[in-house]
Design a protein. Structure first.
Lengths: 159, 959
């Protein structure tokens, strides 16, 4: 992969995020979160800027960035729906729920709808086992998923 | 002979002095506290299976193969991460462990290709060994399903598979063979300190990634080879091993590049060199290497290497290949004729810092005994002669005070005018390791080098001074130390001359030496100077490392004296972790100086005017040595231009490219009647030569090199000289033809003569070196096993001598015509004039010299990155491409001098050090402007070089 130099605007916005968090103890992960908040994902071009600022290597930033699935390589849709696929939810039928969601939204896991409305992702445990099967829409958890709730979700994301 | 097998203890040695005894498989073992169970077992000869552990890096505990059972403890802890405890009873092989290990190996092998027979690592694969060790017979999981091994799964694209990365010229990365043990990643971090590798992803997606999923060549990788050495499989493999196969025997020898003097195992198949692998017992490098020593040896078999002697009457003639006899006879006749015609002093010679001690000794002996004069000099003239002078005057020895191990005890390192990350990479790695462990760093350098800021390295203070103001800045540091009362009075009273100290203290206390005043000259903020001085004086063990940025100035010797003063002021001399350490440029520049290569000194730095010293040689050599010093290199060239110096024997040095003011050098050479060049290649100097004697490489001869820490390392012959003779044999032939009675059968006999005549080498012999591995001089009755650290109980000269260091600005000044200051240096992948490294794949990293210029200066001149620019000074002009970077300050430009097409020394002036004539390479006033391409001078030079390299009977190579 050939590294593209970052544009001035992207560099400036990244630098602003970095300067806010640079003095934290263990600043790399907070900075990656900050960058993702700023751009909606972590643009590849920001990695060398972060490395330079923290005086670590590009490889180290890349290693941390790729370890966590939560850090995005590409922009997400306007809404992000995460459906739990961990053991407790599975036992409560999350497989079928997921299939239904996929059908309703017309996309699979790790995909974004063509209109950019929603990105669908699996997640492994939201800590909501008592209310399985569970999901999370834009950070809001939803328990006891069923056909009605799936419709509600679909309506919400299409607004 | 066989391969030299090194034991891998799995984890690094513990330095603890407290001993712990435990029982491993029924055997009692005693090891230092903090040792891992894995290492303790290996000490007892019990090898615990392992994959992710190797003793160059810290324990990691990921492969789960080295598990053991400990009586009284639950579970099966990994032996690499578990430290020994007194009375511990360890079992390394139980039924339970065997089952676990077999299970683990099954998983590994289920995602690994089964192409052992055709694999490059066959015969040198730890995965294969471990499969054997655990008795793997079957893989129950099969080889189907998800894998990283095959490009296609049942005809469909396998996205988990990654193609081989062959971008690095020396090794390949084959992800399909990777077991993700992280040894490469950890070697890059812990040993090399570059942090170029990581593991990307997680779980089954984990892969080794250079940089941000880049190719090795595009990544931060510096190609030191530590990862390749650490890799237990064929994932990272030398291309030479892929091409040739596994070596069958190996010989321990010493690298012939920089002054670190790394020990290597030359791994051979017959007379073919398969690879160079750093030797863990090497005391300078401790098992580490850089891209040059590890990989850049291809020049030894390069097609441009000259293997037959050649002569020509005029330098405009083509070369004529002749027999050795004819070449030797022609040379001696010419030298005798010149001496008869123009006088005994009309000839001289230059010894080589690239050759062995023995060869250097013979060349100076030939000149003193055979030529009957002292016209001998060496390339140290142009690099570290001020070190010899400065440290000789202040301490009494012309060499560094420490060994490299000393850096492990350093608390504050002060680097002046050196960029070890480029020029002494293995030392830089050792220093970086210490810095990561908490030591502080001060850098005095006009450029922001990798030592100032790079991954995990950040200098506490960077004194980005204006080139040429070293003395002022060093004196200002002393000013702060003295005026703020930070000096070590006890040390000074005990070890130094108190009245000289008082004189020096009075001198430096003068307000004109204060940081505030020096700021005006040097551009370094006063507070930075004060901070640096305080840190060096009070931060614990302070060690100074310096390079040619100190010596190659009109006041080079003064700066060395200033540095020596700093160490004496603060008591940083005579124990581990401190000292004054010149980083010597060439493999044997220390040795060349030791061997009497200077016109005024006999071996062991004894002045030629001393009757007692001359007597030793007079009686042994049966001559009457001249008691007057001979000519230095610049004097020889001046005399040549004047018509009084007519013949020169140059062994292994390219003075035309490496010495300052190229035009003056060429004029001097052109005026001579017999220039004899002994080298591997038709170098630039050979364009003006009448006799070319083919040289031999370090792989083709026996001898010794002495590195920057005074360590005498053995060089061992691994192949027959392709040119027929080792260089010492050629010099001996010349001597014999001149009627001298020389009969050395082996270089060991030359070393015996050195030891017999030189007190600091008295105990050195090849037998002793064989036994010790290496020794650091002085090695004599007072220090029978050598001297790792000097001046322990007092200075060699008696009392340490403080000498005033008055700053005198160089005559080379900027002005309206030449407003910028040019300074020069080296880059990691190339070595000096590049005669060797340019003839290796190292050109992948640095194919041409570039001019570093600050964005501000570039914009003023309308220059963009990569533009051709003209670089002009009072001495001359050349052209090269610009690289825009803020590593240099505004007003300063920087270039390297590795390529003869650029000839940076056309630009440099003939100003030189007041004491030693060491040229002022590091300061030249220049102007930079846009250009369309090579200058007239460059074109003319290239034409002359091409003409001059014609060999009769050889077809011109088609360009």
């Amino acid at each position: 992969m050939v590294m593209q130099p970052a544009s001035t605007e992207l560099a400036a916005r990244t630098a602003a995020v970095i300067s806010e968090m640079k003095n934290l103890e263990g600043p790399l992960i907070p900075i990656l979160h900050g960058v993702q908040e700023e751009f909606g994902y972590v643009p590849q071009e920001t990695l060398p800027i972060i490395a330079e600022a923290l005086n670590i290597s590009r490889a180290e930033v890349h290693g941390v960035f790729t370890f966590y699935h939560d850090f995005r390589h590409n922009p997400a849709g306007r809404h992000v729906l995460k459906v739990c696929q961990a053991e407790a939810c599975q036992s409560m039928g999350s497989d079928a729920i997921a299939a239904q969601i996929k059908q309703t939204l017309g996309i699979g896991f790790h995909e974004t709808s063509k209109d950019g409305a929603v990105t669908l992702e699996p997640i492994y445990c939201l800590g909501l086992c008592a209310c399985a099967p569970a999901a999370m829409l834009d950070g809001q958890v939803i328990g006891r998923l069923d056909a009605d709730k799936i419709e509600e979700i679909a309506e919400e994301v299409r607004k | 002979m066989g391969l030299v097998h090194e034991i891998d203890f799995g984890t690094p040695a513990s330095k603890s002095e407290k001993q712990v005894t435990l029982i491993v498989d029924g055997f009692e073992v005693t090891v230092p506290e903090g040792t891992s169970i894995m290492r303790a077992s290996m000490e007892a000869g019990i090898e615990i299976p392992k994959l992710c552990a190797t003793d160059m890096v810290d324990a990691f505990g990921s492969c789960r193969l080295c598990l053991v059972e400990i009586e009284g403890r639950n579970g099966t802890p990994s032996s690499c991460t578990t430290p020994v405890m007194p009375g511990m009873v360890v079992h390394t092989q139980t039924g339970r462990l065997k089952d676990i290990r077999k299970g683990v190996m099954e998983l590994y092998i289920s995602d690994h290709p089964l192409d052992c027979l055709t694999c490059a690592a066959n015969g040198d694969c730890e995965l294969q060994d471990m499969a054997g060790a655990v008795g793997l017979r079957d893989v129950r999981y099969g080889y189907e399903g998800d894998n990283h091994v095959r490009a296609k799964n049942d005809g469909a694209e396998n996205f988990k598979w990654m193609a081989k990365d062959e971008s690095n010229p020396y090794f390949t990365y084959d992800p399909s063979k990777c077991i993700v043990c992280s040894r490469c990643v950890r070697a890059c971090e812990e040993v090399q300190g570059t942090f170029a590798l990581t593991i990307e992803g997680r779980g089954f997606d984990s892969r080794v990634s250079p940089g941000v999923h880049e190719l090795f060549l595009d990544s931060e990788c510096v190609s030191c080879g530590a990862c390749v050495q650490a890799c237990p499989t064929a994932t990272l493999t030398e291309k030479s091993v892929i091409e040739i196969g596994q070596p069958e025997h190996s010989v321990v020898t010493t690298c012939a590049y920089c002054g670190v003097g790394c020990s290597f195992k030359a791994e051979m198949r017959g007379e073919e060199l398969v690879r160079m692998v750093p030797w863990k017992d090497g005391k300078a490098n401790r098992g580490h290497s850089c891209v040059k020593g590890r990989f850049a040896y291809g020049y030894a078999t390069h097609k441009e290497r000259i293997l037959n002697p050649m002569i020509r009457e005029k330098i405009t003639d083509p070369w004529r290949e002749v027999s050795w006899e004819e070449a030797i006879e022609y040379t001696t006749k010419e030298f005798r004729r010149i001496q008869y015609q123009y006088g005994r002093g009309a000839v001289g010679g230059i010894t080589s810092s690239r050759c062995t001690n023995e060869e250097t000794f013979l060349v100076q002996k030939l000149i003193r005994q055979g030529f009957g004069n002292n016209n001998v000099d060496t390339c140290a003239r142009v690099c570290h002669s001020p070190t010899g002078y400065g440290l000789g005057q202040t301490y009494g020895t012309s060499a560094g005070t420490q060994d490299f191990d000393s850096v492990e005890d350093t608390d504050v390192a002060l680097i002046i005018g050196a960029n070890p990350a480029s020029a002494h990479p293995v030392f830089a790695s050792r220093l970086k390791k210490r810095l990561r462990a908490g030591a502080k760093l001060i850098v005095i350098d006009p450029r922001r080098t990798e030592m100032v800021k790079s991954a995990h390295i950040l200098a506490e203070h960077h004194l980005a001074l204006k080139p040429g103001t070293n003395v002022a800045v060093v004196t200002a540091l002393a000013h702060v130390i003295v005026t703020e009362g930070l000096f070590n009075e006890t040390f000074i009273r005990e070890r130094c001359d108190w009245s000289e100290f008082q004189d020096y203290a009075e001198f430096v206390s003068d307000p004109r030496h204060s940081p505030e005043e020096v700021e005006k000259l040097s551009g370094v903020p006063a507070e930075t100077i004060r901070g640096a001085a305080r840190l060096y004086a009070t931060g614990g063990n302070g060690a100074i490392y310096y390079g040619l940025g100190v010596t190659e100035h009109s006041q080079g010797s003064t700066t060395v004296i200033g540095i020596a003063n700093l160490a004496m002021l603060t008591g940083n001399i005579g124990r581990k972790g401190v000292g004054v350490n010149p980083l010597r440029g060439q493999n044997n520049v220390q040795g060349a100086c030791d061997m009497g290569s200077f016109p005024h000194e006999l071996p062991g730095y004894r002045h030629i005017s001393g009757d007692a010293v001359r007597d030793i040689y007079d009686s042994l050599w049966g001559v009457k040595l001249d008691n007057e010093p001979g000519l230095r290199i610049p004097n020889m060239l001046d005399a040549a231009v004047d018509g009084t110096f007519k013949g020169i024997y140059i062994q292994g040095e390219d003075i035309l490219q490496s010495d300052p003011d190229t035009k003056h050098v060429s004029a001097g050479l052109e005026a001579m009647e017999c220039v004899v060049v002994q080298d591997l290649f038709l170098n630039e100097t050979a364009n003006y030569a009448h006799v070319f004697l083919p040289g031999s490489t370090f792989l083709e001869k026996d001898g010794t090199f002495t590195n920057a820490e005074r360590r005498i390392n053995r060089v061992r012959k691994v192949m027959t000289p392709k040119n027929g003779y080792a260089d010492w044999e050629v010099t001996q032939k010349l001597a014999q033809a001149m009627g001298l009675n020389w009969n050395y059968k082996h270089p060991s006999e030359i070393m015996d003569e050195v030891a017999k005549t030189t007190p600091s080498f008295a105990n050195v012999s090849y037998d002793f070196l064989e036994k010790m591995g290496s020794v650091q001089w002085p090695c004599n009755e007072k220090a029978p096993e050598g001297t790792p650290i000097m001046h322990i109980d007092g200075f060699v000269r008696g009392k340490g001598k403080f000498i005033r260091t008055e700053y005198v600005a160089t005559d080379e000044k900027t002005g309206p015509r030449f407003p910028l200051l040019l300074t020069t240096g080296r880059i990691l992948s190339q070595y000096n004039v590049g005669a060797q490294t340019r003839r290796t794949e190292n050109v992948a990293w640095h194919a041409e010299d570039l001019l570093e210029i600050h964005p501000h200066d570039a914009e003023n001149r309308g220059l963009r990155d990569g533009d051709w620019v003209r670089l002009q000074s009072r001495a001359g002009e050349t052209t090269l491409r610009a690289q825009i970077t803020d590593k240099v300050s505004p007003g300063v430009v920087y270039t390297t001098f590795h390529h003869p097409d650029t000839q940076a020394n056309v630009i440099t002036t003939d100003f030189s050090d007041w004491a030693t004539n060491c040229p002022e390479y590091k300061v030249t006033a220049v102007q930079v402007g846009a250009s369309n391409g090579p200058s007239e001078w460059q074109k003319g030079y290239n034409e002359q070089a091409q003409q001059s390299r014609r060999i009769a009977g050889h077809l011109e190579a088609a360009e």
